[in-house]
Design a protein around this ligand. Structure first.
Ligand SMILES: [Zn+2]
Ligand SMILES: [Zn+2]
Length: 481
């Protein structure tokens, strides 16, 4: 890759202060870019794109937005592709008008895995780093696509022209495809305690899965079970988030919590961290407990550091926050719940239904799949939802029940973990299945017909990043907890 013309002068600007850099895109963006960059004639190609920043607590992610297709003459393919300063200027102007940054992407048709830059690549990107940052206020992003295995690699450029390598590039789709920078995040060594896990899907999938940064929001019966099993499967970077304390009434379903935990009013996250550490099989683990609500802006910022989030909360407001985050920040959210339908007179049980779904662009959000009522979110946000059954939501087919008995809650964790394995390991080439419903009375599992809706107010915000709608609120300003 070489440049045909030098950019005009540039002045140094500021860049991100987060320690980790990452890139994410939807599978639709990945398909458009691959179509352009991987040519039938086997030559290298190049294009520009825009991106939105998503600023977490420790990680800064560039979310790819629009492909800026080259006009005739703006780039020339001749084994090594070259491009003009006018093309970069046009993309930077378009990006700046939308509050976005610029990405320069090119292909290495015979490359496999994470790619290094050739001196020509580095010169070309470095020469535009100042210009792009001056115009957009955001660092230039450089990306390479390897033709053999379609792995991405990425770096940002500081205003002084130094590359900062990304840790990973994530393609948010039916299968979560992550290209890892092995230099920054080496694949973990398989352990003898993991033999039967690794033999289920092979060392390659295990290495990808074990490196994911996973956050479990809500560590009640379901979240605790999910977190412990992820740790046992070898996931290295696991965090749990929950503002609540263990109470005696939790002990019928919080497996592993003790009477002493309840007597000492121990935070649920402390109990979860203890159980996760005891179950972990990875050689190096990093387990963190956040005693916070995801509705708190600082907790939301922390959530942006993760690759996959499990939503194991039952209240409407936290679920709405996670529902939005899955689209705005391209972090797949696995959500589920159980609804237990008892006869009103207490004479028995009619049914129990378990719903699970992966929230991501291309799949319906929780409003569209009828799992979240925006009116209840408002009531919860105002602190008026003393009991999730405040409104007879069951009439509208929305599960907000608090019943969650120990014998049935594993159905939800099983459903969520099945969705997770489909999302990461794609057994038989089948990716995540869309919304599912299990009905206990008939023991039937159904695929639900809900579809993604482009006009939905949640699904319209794909890759908004830091320009996302604000659904969180600082705790002191809430009317009630
Ligand atoms: Zn190159
Ligand atoms: Zn929707």
């Amino acid at each position: 890759m070489t440049t045909l013309s030098a950019p005009s002068q540039a002045i140094p600007g500021s860049t991100t202060s987060a320690q980790i850099v990452s890139v994410a895109m939807t599978e639709a963006s990945d398909a458009v870019l691959r179509e352009h960059l991987l040519r039938a004639d086997g030559q290298e190609d190049l294009c520009l794109a825009t991106y939105a920043p998503s600023t977490g607590s420790r990680r800064w992610t560039a979310l790819l937005r629009e492909f800026v297709e080259p006009k005739p003459g703006e780039r020339t393919v001749h084994r090594n592709v070259s491009f003009t300063g006018a093309y970069v200027l046009r993309a930077a102007t378009q990006a700046a008008a939308a509050g976005l940054g610029v990405a320069i992407l090119h292909s290495h048709p015979r490359g496999r895995g994470w790619q290094n830059m050739s001196p020509g690549d580095a010169d070309a990107e470095q020469s535009y780093a100042h210009l792009c940052e001056e115009i957009t206020g955001l660092p230039l992003l450089g990306m390479t696509l390897a033709g053999v295995d379609q792995a991405w690699s990425a770096r940002t450029w500081t205003s002084t022209g130094t590359p900062v390598w990304a840790e990973s590039v994530r393609v948010d789709g039916g299968q979560l495809r992550v290209s890892w920078n092995d230099g920054l995040r080496p694949p973990p060594q398989g352990q003898d305690t993991q033999q039967r896990t690794i033999s289920a899907w092979g060392p390659g999938i295990q290495a990808d899965l074990a490196r994911l940064r996973i956050l479990v929001v809500g560590v009640g019966s379901v979240g605790l079970d999910v977190a412990v099993r992820l740790a046992a499967a070898g996931v290295q970077h696991l965090a749990v988030m929950d503002p609540d304390l263990v109470e005696r009434r939790n002990l019928d379903r919080l497996i592993g919590a003790t009477r002493r935990d309840a007597a000492n009013c121990r935070p649920k996250v402390d109990v979860a961290v203890r159980l996760v550490r005891a179950a972990a099989t990875a050689e190096h683990t990093d387990t963190v407990g956040y005693r916070m609500s995801i509705c708190d802006p600082s907790a939301h910022t922390i959530a942006l550091d993760y690759d996959v989030i499990f939503s194991c909360v039952d209240r409407p407001w936290p679920r709405a926050v996670l529902n939005s985050l899955a689209y705005t920040d391209l972090i797949p959210v696995l959500d589920g719940g159980i609804g237990i339908d008892a006869f009103d007179d207490g004479t028995g049980m009619r049914n129990a239904t378990v719903r699970t779904h992966v929230l991501r662009p291309g799949r319906p959000c929780m409003v569209c799949n009828k799992q979240l009522d925006p009116a209840l979110v408002q009531i919860d946000r105002q602190g008026l939802l003393a009991d999730p059954r405040y409104i007879a939501a069951a009439d509208r087919g929305i599960q907000v029940g608090t019943e969650n008995v120990a014998l049935l809650s594993p159905n939800v964790s099983t459903g969520l973990l099945n969705q997770f394995v489909s999302l990461t390991a794609a057994p038989g080439g089948e990716t995540e299945p869309g919304p599912l419903r299990f009905s206990l009375s008939t023991h039937a599992l159904e695929h639900l017909p809900y579809c993604s809706s482009p006009s939905c107010y949640v699904e319209r915000t794909v890759a908004a990043g830091d320009a996302r709608p604000q659904l969180t609120e600082t705790p002191g300003r809430r009317r009630s907890a």
